[in-house]
Design a protein around this ligand. Sequence first.
Ligand code: ATP
Length: 457
Amino acid sequence: MTGMADTAVTMDKIVSLAKRRGFVFQSSEIYGGLSGAWDYGPQGIELKNRIARFWWKEMTQLHDNIVGIDAAILMHPRVWHASGHVENFTDPLVDCKKCKTRFRADQIPPENLAAKKCPECGGELTETRKFNLMFKTTLGPVEDESGLVYLRPETAQGIYVNFKNVQQSNRMKIPFGIAQIGKAFRNEIVTKNFIFRTCEFEQMEMQFFVKPGTDMEWFEYWREQRWNYYQKLGIDMNKLRWHRHGPDELAHYAKDAYDIEFEFPMGFKELEGVHNRSDYDLSRHQQFSGKDLQYIDQDNGNERYIPNIIETSAGLTRQLLMLLCDSYEEQKVADKGNDDDWRTVLHFHPAVAPITVAVLPLMKKDGLAELAQEIRAELKEDFVTDYDQSGAIGRRYRRQDEVGTPFCVTIDYQTKEDSTITIRDRDSMLQERVPRMRISEYIRHKIKDYKRPERRL
Ligand code: ATP
């Protein structure tokens, strides 16, 4: 890249970097791939685990009244009748008779739908029909209807059906919440835009149980909390916005619902939902299971009621895509008229970056490599580290920038003399000399005080 360059963040660039640097690979690629499924490589899994950890800390550790669970993916089939998924979890589907492309009827231009004209090839479209998004399989050796189970299309139901278990075993008092991170599966009709919409994905959901009448207050509280979360994560807040569900989008049981949308390269799209679900979920499970799911308020004369639920429902894999898109920058860092003038950098918050610190000896010789390995060993207990001794130091910095490593520790001849090293900051590219003994402390402080840099876009 030389001279004037197009530095716009496109999905093609993200997909290519994700593959090149080991974030995300196509599933079963050597067999031609499987649409709607993706594999997370060494950098991808580190990033995914850290986002999950960041969310988990935010929702459980920082709130006294939220606990976690990990429910099974396979659940009793009646759960999905009670939840309404068997009946209603459908997308409207149309096919083109000519090019065979399948569309979601609500995602093609209305004039095409009205004229039954394929937006791709102009061929004739079929009638719209309902298509249930749940994957089915059978439990047990006999493949008949009696063993029919579904792969869960959301993690929320695992929380609802455990409401009493958690409340009683942990003596939780309302208001309280249950958080869960886990896989969900949907037979999505259209799975373009990389990992944005996939058939297998991960959700991070928290269901907050409140007394009826206090629900709108808690709803506002959670809207604010979830908005602030993205600020903490270092996201460009100009790329986020609220979308309130209109009457045609609002589920019949929902009192109010907002989505937080992020401006992906293909436009503003849903990132997370914050919904006031009324008492629908527990009422339905009480009705279908025949079990009493009322809460008994012992502090208030044993008053009984079905709690209302405020839900915060985020996509983990979708947040990973948001982070890739938001942090990506092609930055001009010199003016020598060659490729080295540019760097591609991922400005991840250091708390979620896949590698926290890379240890780089300036030279392999004169004992610097051994010294660097020693220092790396000291840092390993506290941080995910990388070690790289091959190539010019500038190249090595560039490689770390491309995977978003926030700190590079360089070992040079002075290190041998006075036990100091340099730490290079990924965003400012400035270097500071720090005593070897203080590296961990220095990095910990930097992570805690991290501020999103102003981009030079
Ligand atoms: P849509 O209408 O776009 O299909 P939705 O509104 O049904 O999605 P929810 O059921 O509210 O989505 O799911 C909560 C969150 O889970 C979403 O905000 C998104 O982050 C994530 N999510 C949902 N479906 C997918 C998918 N197919 N792939 C990746 N993430 C998903």
